[in-house]
Ligand binder design. Structure first.
Ligand SMILES: [Zn+2]
Length: 140
């Protein structure tokens, strides 16, 4: 089925569903397509423009779905990382430092740190990165 945007000779616009363009043309030529507003059988097919404009909100909805899918993907990756690393909680800055200076064997850790602690770690060239907001509630 194809949906066409149609217009009658009284400038009413409406949608018509047809099996194909040929079916529409045949039905329109035979006067079988009539305007639902005024019953006029003088119908023309509008260019695709109005239909594209009409479908913009659906595209926006797609974008929201895509963004959501990205968040799920990111969340999965981060959850995998979290599963494979130890939650050291508030000891995170201390543990990260020990690992960085090879005082303890390296391992993946995650936990919490204040902004000042993170800054201090970064100043010492210790690689830390923030978790996406969606995961922060999971690690306390
Ligand atoms: Zn009409």
């Amino acid at each position: 089925m194809i949906v066409f945007n149609l217009s009658c000779n009284n400038s009413h616009t409406f949608e018509g569903w047809f099996a194909s363009l040929e079916v529409f043309q045949a039905q329109a030529a035979g006067g079988q397509v009539t305007c639902p507003h005024c019953n006029s059988a003088i119908i023309e097919k509008l260019p695709a423009g109005p239909h594209i404009r009409r479908s913009l909100p659906e595209k926006a909805a797609d974008a929201v779905v895509d963004k959501h899918a990205d968040e799920i993907k990111l969340r999965n990756i981060m959850e995998e990382l979290l599963r494979n690393s130890e939650n050291v909680g508030a000891r995170f800055p201390e543990e990260a430092r020990k690992i960085h200076y090879s005082e303890i064997p390296p391992r993946g850790i995650h936990g919490t740190a204040s902004a000042a602690e993170v800054l201090s770690l970064l100043e010492d060239d210790i690689a830390v990165f923030p978790l996406p907001r969606v995961l922060r509630n999971d690690i306390h």
